[in-house]
Design a protein around this ligand. Structure first.
Ligand code: 4NP
Length: 148
C-alpha cells in the first residue's frame, strides 16, 4: 500500500490540530500513515502545544510534547493526500490557498455534516476534554475509512 499522508489543520496549531495529530498517530501504523498538523495563522509558529491540550492527551496516554506549531502553506496540498480542518473558518482559509480542483478535493471538515470542532482556546479545561472526545471519535472514523 502506498504511504498515506494526512494533515490536521486548525487556526493556531496549538490546541485542536496537535490533539488530532496525536490521536490519529496513536491509532495507525506509522510506516503506513504519516500524520502532521498545521495552523492557518502564524501567531504560534515554533510553539509547543497548549498545556491544556498536552494535559488531556497525556491523561489518555498520548504524548504531544514533541510537536511544534507551524503554518499551513500551499506546498501542503502536494505533500498531503488528505487535509482535515476543524471548523468552517479553517476550511475557508485553506480553500483560499488551493490552486486547482484536486487541491480543493483534499480538504474536508474532520467531523461529519459541517459540524465544527469548537475552538477551546478562550475557554476552560472542559472545552479541551470535549475536543478530545470529538477528535477521538473522528479519528476512529478516519481509521475505518483507511481500511476500505
Ligand atoms: P487552535 O486554537 O486553532 O485549536 O490551535 C487557537 C489557538 C490560538 C488562538 C486561537 C485559537 N489565538 O487566537 O491565539
Amino acid at each position: 500500500m502506498a504511504q498515506m499522508k494526512i494533515l490536521m489543520v486548525c487556526l493556531g496549531n496549538i490546541c485542536r490540530s496537535p490533539l488530532a495529530q496525536g490521536i490519529l498517530e496513536s491509532k495507525v501504523d506509522s510506516s503506513e500513515v504519516i500524520v502532521d498538523s498545521a495552523g492557518t495563522a502564524a501567531y504560534h509558529v515554533g510553539n509547543s502545544p497548549d498545556k491544556r491540550s498536552v494535559a488531556v492527551a497525556k491523561k489518555n496516554g498520548i504524548d504531544l510534547s514533541k510537536q511544534k506549531a507551524r503554518q499551513f502553506t500551499v506546498e501542503d496540498f502536494s505533500l498531503f493526500s488528505k487535509i482535515y480542518v476543524m471548523d468552517l473558518s479553517n476550511y475557508e482559509n485553506v480553500i483560499a490557498l488551493s490552486q486547482n480542483p484536486e487541491d480543493k478535493a483534499k480538504v474536508n471538515l474532520i467531523l461529519n455534516e459541517s459540524m465544527e470542532v469548537p475552538d477551546p482556546y478562550y475557554g476552560g479545561k472542559e472545552g479541551f476534554e470535549y475536543c478530545f472526545d470529538l477528535l477521538n471519535n473522528a479519528c476512529d472514523q478516519i481509521v475505518k475509512s483507511l481500511a476500505k
